[in-house]
Write a protein that binds this ligand. Sequence first.
Ligand SMILES: O=C(O)CCC(=O)C(=O)O
Length: 276
Amino acid sequence: MPKKLSRAQIDAYRTRGYLCPIPGIGGDEAARLRACLETFEAGRGATLGQMPGAMRAKTHLLFTWMAGLVRHAAILDAVEDLIGPDILLFHLTCWLKEPGDGAVVPWHQDATYFALEPFEHVTAWVGLTDSTVENGCVHVLPGTHDAGQQTHVQDTVENNLLSRGQSLPEDYDTANAVALTMAAGEFSLHHTHLIHRSEPNRTAERRIGIGISYVPARVRHLGPRRLSASLVRGEDRFGHFESEPRPARDLDPAMLARHADYMDRFFHIDSAPTAA
Ligand SMILES: O=C(O)CCC(=O)C(=O)O
C-alpha cells in the first residue's frame, strides 16, 4: 500500500519520469525555511550576502533546519513509494536564482553527475518560493528517462549553475517540454535520467528550490572514492557509503570540517556512466 502517492501517480512517474506538483511541507513551513536561509545570509552582511557557493551543496550537514527538511515525512513518504523504505540522501543542492543574475541550467541528466548504479536515484525539488515560468522553473522532457544515459559535453554556457558544467549538446524541441510550476511548499520528483533544464529568473523576486537526491540503500557509487550519504529513513544494510551524522546545531565546527571533507570527495567524482 503506497504511503502518499496514488497507484496512478506511481505509474505516471514510471512512464513520464516525473511528478509535479505534489503537496509537500506547506506554504508556512516553506516561508519559515526561507527565513532561516535569509537570516543566515543577512548575518553575513551586505557585501557578502547570498549563501556562498560551497554551502549550497550538502547544506543538510550545516543547518538543523535543512536537516529537518530532508527528513520531512511529506517528502519521504512519496520517495518511499518510488524507491522503497530504506532511503539515503546522497546529495543536496540549493538552487538560488536571483532577479537579473541570468543564472541558467542547461539540458542535463542528474545521473551524469553522480556515477551511481542501479539508476534508481530520484530528485525531490522542493519550492521555498513559488516556481513559475517567469522566475525560471525547471522544464522537463517527459519520457526521456527511458532512453538511459546520454553523452554529455563540457558546457561553455555563461552563468551555468551546474557544478561541473556537463550538459547535453542537443537543442531539444521545447514544444515537448513541461514546466514544473509549483507553489512554495510543494515539490516535484524526477528520475535520474530525465532530461531537464531551467531558464533565467525574469522577475524581481528570487526563486529558491532545494534539490534533494535520494537513493535506496542498495545503490552503489562506481568511483574509487568512498562517498558519504545520510540515512534519512529505514535501515542501511549495505554500507556502500560513509554515514553522515545529523547536525545538532547550526554551523557546528565539527560538521563544517566533515562537510568540507565530504564535498571534496563528492566533487572528485570523475567517472560519469556512459550507458544505461
Ligand atoms: O533549479 C533549477 O533551476 C535546476 C534544478 C536541477 O537541475 C535539478 O534539480 O536537477
